[in-house]
Write a protein that binds this ligand. Structure first.
Ligand code: NAD
Length: 326
């Protein structure tokens, strides 16, 4: 028996049922196909199949540039769109859920899925904020449900967060880690459930301060975003906040910076003020986003971001960490 007990080992997964083929689901589809996995898909929205197939075709050249996809063109023949939950899960090795972030909808869907699959079929959810413990209440076999939380665009951003709920079996969490690595991801395992998981907590801690700086008039919207794009972002593409601070302390590292500037840092870590997303603040944020977008449509920015991301990720792939550069 494999270390995954009665569950199919990640390397043997051949067919995945993808439920919900919106922005995250279609992106997962492209990645699964790039790894030679067949996709059975279900999404009741009109035109969903056409949109998902187009997304996969459009995503393919990025996946080839990064060496993830080998085939010249997206293998559309490995996709079959199904017209019901029962049909989509039939014969699938794994179920992968990406429906809208509405607990009642996920509950209804997971209950339906559970009735149609064997207890050994693993269920992965992409949920951005619902705890796996609450999702797994909806099934009779809660131990096989795990969250693999991706980051937009899912087929490009390397990170995924793997989160088990209270009932998730340890081998399922390990399965999800290994499955993610096989999909070319850099998985991190969360040791506890937290509202918004973890990475979004980091992201929105920064956003809280950004919004506060905006409404207090500390800087313009363009300059607040420029601080990240030209200041924090380039370093953060190479290392996280902890190592960044360690390097800021000179030869004494983290201890050096804390001895030298710990009291000041404690002040900077303290939120500038409490923040509510009132109607007024929301309107200000919408206006700020329009200023920063500079008249370009969201689609244009997404295209530019994804093309630039491919170049950045390709560059990072060529740069091993220092201990590897003997
Ligand atoms: N958008 C992001 O940046 C992001 C990132 C990480 C995780 N997530 C999570 O991924 C999930 C999906 O988010 P999204 O942004 O792709 O949403 P989306 O609205 O783009 O796509 C959801 C899709 O699910 C379909 N759907 C609705 N009901 C369905 C049903 N009963 N069965 C099958 N399909 C159904 C919709 O038609 C739609 O195409 C959410 O749980 C979200 O929290 C989103």
């Amino acid at each position: 028996m494999s270390s995954y007990g009665k569950y199919l080992p990640p390397e043997k997964v051949r067919t995945i049922a993808v439920l919900g083929t919106g922005s995250v689901g279609a992106s997962w589809m492209a990645l699964f196909l790039a790894h030679g996995i067949r996709v059975q898909a279900f999404d009741p929205a009109p035109g969903a199949e056409e949109r998902a197939r187009k997304f996969v075709s459009d995503a393919w050249s990025a996946l080839r540039t990064l060496g993830i996809a080998q085939q010249l063109a997206a293998p559309q023949d490995l996709i079959s769109f199904c017209s019901s939950v029962t049909e989509v899960v039939a014969g699938a090795d794994v179920i992968q859920e990406n429906v809208p972030e509405r607990p009642a909808l996920k509950k209804q869907l997971l209950e339906e899925v559970e009735r149609a699959i064997s207890p050994e079929t693993i269920i992965i959810s992409s949920t951005g904020g619902i705890s796996p413990s609450s999702l797994q209440q909806y099934g009779k076999h809660p131990q096989r449900l795990v969250v693999i939380h991706p980051f937009n665009p899912t087929h490009l951003i390397p990170l995924v967060e793997v989160i088990g709920g209270k009932e998730t079996a340890d081998e399922i969490v390990e399965w999800a880690m290994e499955f993610s690595r096989r999909m070319g991801k850099h998985p991190i395992k969360l040791r506890k459930e937290a509202s918004g998981h973890m990475t979004n907590r980091l992201q929105f801690a920064l956003m809280r301060e950004a919004v506060y700086c905006l409404i207090e008039g500390i800087a313009s919207a363009e300059d607040i975003d420029a601080a990240v794009r030209y200041g924090l972002g380039p370093r953060w593409a190479l290392m996280g906040g902890i190592l960044t601070l360690h390097l800021a302390g000179g030869s004494h590292g983290m201890k050096g910076i804390l001895d030298h500037a710990g009291d000041a840092i404690e002040g900077w870590m303290t939120p500038l003020g409490s923040l509510r997303l009132t109607e007024e603040v929301r309107n200000e944020l919408v206006e700020a986003a329009e200023q920063v977008a500079g008249g370009h449509a969201v689609g244009e920015w997404v295209h530019w971001r994804d093309e630039s991301l491919v170049r950045l990720l390709a560059l990072l792939q060529q740069h091993p960490e220092p201990e590897l550069q003997q």
